[in-house]
Design a protein around this ligand. Structure first.
Ligand SMILES: Nc1ncnc2c1ncn2[C@@H]1O[C@H](COP(=O)(O)OP(=O)(O)OP(=O)(O)O)[C@@H](O)[C@H]1O
Length: 296
């Protein structure tokens, strides 16, 4: 199985503060990866390192088998749509497509023109006059028509209303299905991740808390509710992600590869939202609880 992103002890420091620390990842190719975490967790930092916009302070990162943005070949392989979908406000939609055609050797003009038509964008319209959603769609169009091996999207739907968000994600999924493309996208919205992603990375407070195949992660996490028990009474193969207690009752969210047979527990599976929040809560027990927007 080939790897689209590999990070080893990767770190990025701004002045005295680590924005990303000891990040180790092996993301398989052909997946749609959801990168989730609270504000300031380090998501943009990781995506900027992956696109070559930033250089690591520590460790290494490889995308599509090479150092990000190392040469023209590497630049061709990776598409990056930064946060807030940056476009040139003085240029028209058509100018953007012309620019894309000239700058990208694997540019697919048919895909670009078709998307613009389907979105109902006027080619003569200046990008500065488009709505936030239309700008995001234009930026996504440029990323998709470039036909990269890896498309990186930093909070692509943040500015969109729920309907526009769903349409945006749908059109992204159609393009993924049509092209052989890996995608890494960051989002605060668990519902978007749930609908579109098959691989999850949870980043909190500059550290990767968990990463892996979404279905495998969901299958390996449980909520245990039962009479109050101390942490050290749980089997060692159960990794405690978060816990809460009342005088009489304990609730644990655990990760384990083994089935749970203990009859004193009421056992249930976790939703994706539960899982993400458990890792955020677990990582934040010494801090204020981070905010995660959960929209349905
Ligand atoms: N250019 C910079 N100079 C100094 N500090 C920075 C810079 N960029 C980011 N940081 C800090 O690094 C940390 C991680 O920021 P980053 O933008 O990667 O987080 P994020 O998870 O993308 O957040 P958000 O969800 O709010 O976009 C934050 O504490 C932020 O203040």
């Amino acid at each position: 199985m080939s790897t689209v992103l590999r990070a080893r002890a990767l770190g990025k420091k701004y002045k005295q503060r680590w924005a990303l620390q000891n990040c180790n990842l092996n993301v398989p190719s052909g997946r749609v990866v959801g990168l989730v975490g609270p504000n300031g967790a380090g998501k943009s930092t990781l995506l900027n390192l992956a696109s070559g916009m930033l250089a690591p302070t520590a460790g290494t990162i490889e995308v599509c088998g090479g150092r990000p943005a190392a040469d023209v070949n590497q630049l061709t392989k990776v598409g990056f749509v930064a946060q807030d979908a940056p476009v040139y406000s003085g240029l028209s939609v058509r100018d953007h497509l012309d620019l894309g055609r000239h700058l990208n050797p694997a540019w697919n003009d048919e895909v670009a023109q078709d998307r613009i038509r389907r979105l109902g964008l006027d080619p003569k319209q200046r990008a500065g006059k488009l709505s936030g959603g239309q700008r995001a769609q234009l930026a996504l169009t440029l990323g998709i028509a470039k036909q990269p091996e890896l498309l990186i999207l930093d909070e692509p739907v943040a500015a969109l209303d729920p309907l526009a968000r769903r349409e945006f994600m749908q059109s992204l999924m159609e393009s993924v299905a049509e092209q052989e493309m890996s995608v890494i996208l960051s989002s605060h919205l668990v519902s978007d991740i749930e609908r579109t992603c098959d691989y999850l990375i949870v980043l909190v407070d500059s550290r990767v808390q968990v990463a892996g195949d979404l279905d495998e992660l969901l299958a390996a996490h449980y909520r245990l509710v039962g009479p109050r028990r101390e942490t050290d009474t749980l089997p060692s193969d159960q990794q405690i992600i978060s816990e809460s207690h009342t005088d009489k009752q304990s609730t644990y969210l655990v990760r384990t590869a083994s089935p749970i047979h203990d009859p004193s527990w009421t056992v249930s599976q976790l939703s994706l939202e539960d899982l993400v929040l458990a890792y955020m809560h677990g990582a934040a027990t010494t801090h204020e609880r981070p905010q995660l927007e959960v929209l349905r």
